[in-house]
Design a protein around this ligand. Structure first.
Ligand code: AQP
Length: 333
C-alpha cells in the first residue's frame, strides 16, 4: 500500500530543535521511503490565529520553506507548498466545521494553553484551528501524519471529524482515517530552561531552545546555560524519571545520534554534566551547523524559494480541489 503522508509547520518564527527532532526529521525519513507520497505544508493560515506582524510573517514563510529544504526535503520528491495558496483548505475547513461539535473543540488543551486565562479575548481562529488542521489532512486522503506528541489530541479530533462525516452522509471510507506517526521516544523535546515545558517558538527566552539557524557559539553557550541538577548522570533510565532536565538533554543527545536513551545513559553514566554538555554541544554542532548554513544560503535565494512554493501550490491545488468538488456534491451544493 502506498502511504500518503501530510504534515505542516507554522511559520511563526525560527524553527527549533523540537520541530526538527519531533517532526521534520521524520518528514525526511518518509520522503526517502519508496512507497510514500509526501505533502508538506507551511501552514500560514494557522499562523494568523495569534497576533502577528505581516512583514515578519512573509519572511517566516520563506524561512520555514528554507528550513524544510535545508533539513533534507526535496521539492522534486515531496510537494512543498504554502497553505494560503490553496483555497481548498479554507473551504474544506468551513464545511468540516459544520460537522465538528463544540464539545469536541472545548476539550482541546492547546487552545486552553495558548488562550491562557483570558480566553474571551482569544481569536475564533485559534479556537477552530483544529478544524482547519483536519481539512489540511483529510483533503489529501492522508494515511499517515508525522507530528510531535503535542499534536496527538488534534489528530484524534481529525479522526473523529472524518468518521462523523462519513457516517452522516452514509459514505464508506470517503475520508480516510489518518494514523498519527508519533515517535515512541523523544516525541516531545522540552525547554532548556524547564524540563516540564515543551520547547517552543513562542517562549520569550531564546535560551529555552536551540534554533536551527543558531551559530556554533550560540549553541555552545545555550547548552552551557541549560538547566541541569547537581547529580552525576545515573546508571539507569529509571533514575532519570524524577530529573526532567537531565532526561531531556540525554534524550536530545540520543535522538540526534539515532540511539536509544539506554545507550546514552550507558555511555555517560557516572560522568558529570559539564563533560556531557561538551559532547552534546559537539554533536549539536555536527548535526545542526550544515542545516544552519544551508538555511542562510537559501534565505538569500528568494526567487528559488518562491518558485518551490508556487510549483508546490499548483500540485496541492490539483489534488485538493478534486476532493472539495466531491465534498460539495455529497453535501448537496
Ligand atoms: N518541543 C517539541 N518537541 C517535539 N515536537 C515538536 N513540535 C513542536 N514543538 C515540539 C512539532 O513540530 C511540528 C510543527 O509545529 P508547529 O510549529 O506547527 O506548532 P507548535 O507545535 O505549536 O510549535 P511551537 O514551536 O510550540 O510553536 P508556537 O510556540 O508558535 O506554538 C508539529 O508536528 C509539532 O508537533
Amino acid at each position: 500500500m502506498i502511504k500518503k503522508i501530510f504534515s505542516g509547520v507554522q511559520p511563526t518564527g525560527n524553527l527549533h530543535l523540537g520541530n526538527y527532532l519531533g517532526a521534520i526529521k521524520n518528514f525526511v525519513n518518509f520522503q526517502n521511503q519508496e512507497k510514500a507520497e509526501c505533502i508538506y505544508c507551511v501552514v500560514d493560515l494557522h499562523a494568523i490565529t495569534v497576533k502577528h506582524d505581516p512583514a515578519k510573517l512573509k519572511n517566516s514563510i520563506r524561512e520555514t520553506t528554507a528550513t524544510f529544504l535545508a533539513s533534507g526535503l526535496d521539492f522534486k520528491k515531496s510537494v512543498i507548498f504554502k497553505q494560503s495558496d490553496v483555497p481548498s483548505h479554507s473551504e474544506g475547513s468551513w464545511i468540516l466545521g459544520c460537522t465538528a461539535k463544540m464539545g469536541w473543540l472545548n476539550r482541546m488543551t492547546q487552545f486552553k494553553e495558548k488562550a491562557g486565562k483570558d480566553k474571551e479575548k482569544a481569536s475564533i481562529g485559534l479556537y477552530i484551528y483544529p478544524i482547519l488542521m483536519a481539512a489540511d489532512i483529510l483533503l489529501y486522503d492522508t494515511t499517515h501524519v508525522p507530528v510531535g506528541d503535542d499534536q496527538k489530541q488534534h489528530l484524534e479530533l481529525t479522526r473523529d471529524i472524518a468518521q462523523k462525516f462519513n457516517q452522516e452522509y452514509n459514505l464508506n471510507n470517503f475520508f480516510k482515517i489518518p494514523e498519527p506517526m508519533i515517535q515512541d521516544e523523544f516525541a516531545r523535546i522540552m525547554s532548556l530552561k524547564d524540563g516540564k515545558k515543551k520547547m517552543s517558538k513562542s517562549e520569550i527566552s531564546d535560551f529555552s531552545r536551540i534554533n536551527l539557524n543558531d551559530t556554533k557559539d550560540i549553541i555552545v553557550n545555550k547548552i552551557k546555560k541549560a538547566k541541569t541538577d547537581p547529580l552525576p548522570i545515573p546508571e539507569s533510565i529509571e533514575e532519570l524519571k524524577k530529573r526532567p532536565e537531565a532526561q531531556n538533554l540525554l534524550g536530545i543527545y540520543s535522538s540526534l545520534n539515532n540511539q536509544g536513551l539506554k545507550d546514552t545513559v550507558n555511555e555517560f553514566s557516572g560522568k558529570n554534566f559539564s563533560e556531557f554538555k561538551k559532547s552534546l554541544s559537539d554533536l549539536l554542532i555536527d548535526k545542526i551547523s550544515p542545516i544552519s548554513s544551508e538555511i542562510n544560503r537559501l534565505n538569500k535565494d528568494i526567487s528559488f524559494i518562491d518558485k518551490v512554493l508556487t510549483e508546490g501550490g499548483f500540485k496541492a491545488h490539483e489534488i485538493s480541489s478534486k476532493k472539495v468538488k466531491k465534498i460539495k456534491e455529497i453535501i448537496g451544493f
